[in-house]
Design a protein around this ligand. Sequence first.
Ligand code: ZN
Length: 304
Amino acid sequence: MTDFAPDIDRLKQLDDAEWLSVQRAYCGRLFAFARRRLTDRQASEDVLQETWLGAVRGIGDFDPRYTFEQYLFGICRNRTIDALRRRKPRTLERGGEEEDLPGIEVLATDSETPSRILRREELGARAKELLVAVLKDWVEETWTAGEFQRLMVFEALIGGGWRNRDAWKHFGLRDETTVAGIKFRALKRLRELAAVRESGGDLLTALERSSEGEEHALDLDLRPLWREGRVSCPSRHWLARLVAGNLPAEPAAYVRFHLDTMKCPWCRANHDDLLEAERNDALDPLVERVHKSTVLYLRSRTLP
Ligand SMILES: [Zn+2]
């Protein structure tokens, strides 16, 4: 089961059949994303409708640096935040404890962090892009080598902002030095990966600084980059294998860690959707309703 790759040009031409295909492919995970946060079915369905209208309206400006799924989740997240804001304005402003409420504080703070990173460290947009690319290279290399524990430890430190001590305890490693060693080697490898890329220079300086200090001393707050860049997200194919129970133990442990401990919102939405699809195929009427409203919009744009 590979993930669906839409024809963006046909979507831009507002091709009805292509929009129906992407709705079939993506409705479930978007609905699961909204549902986990809004809990109420009708409100989640409204968000889904608004997400698709937003997607159709915005497709002309689709940025090919992102995947189509990232594009949809971005819109869906904003619509979900709007829906939650309408519902309980005070809770949202309070911020703070990430896991108190079903996901909304995470959403709210995530969308604010880029400006915060900019204040902490003047890393340009280009450098951020490079950093995400280099982190992805590292993850791929580590995954291919079957070094899943290394991957988990580094994700916990970088993507989760854990302290060495917490990682040491959580993973039952020999001592904190083991954690420091994993981090040290990973940062060294990241510098090598950055060096072979064009204009990896400013990145090198930033990474240089971040590996000088001791415990938890990254100058850069890489958490939002890790999460928003979907640096370590397993493809939907791996999530499907996990659901089907035919993923080998080691990658399965990693995927569970990413879902349950790192609580990746995008992968959780995919995973919820896949579990739901296992249970029944009640999605069809939902896709139909969503598509109807999109079709009205498409017609209004394409008919003379
Ligand atoms: Zn993920």
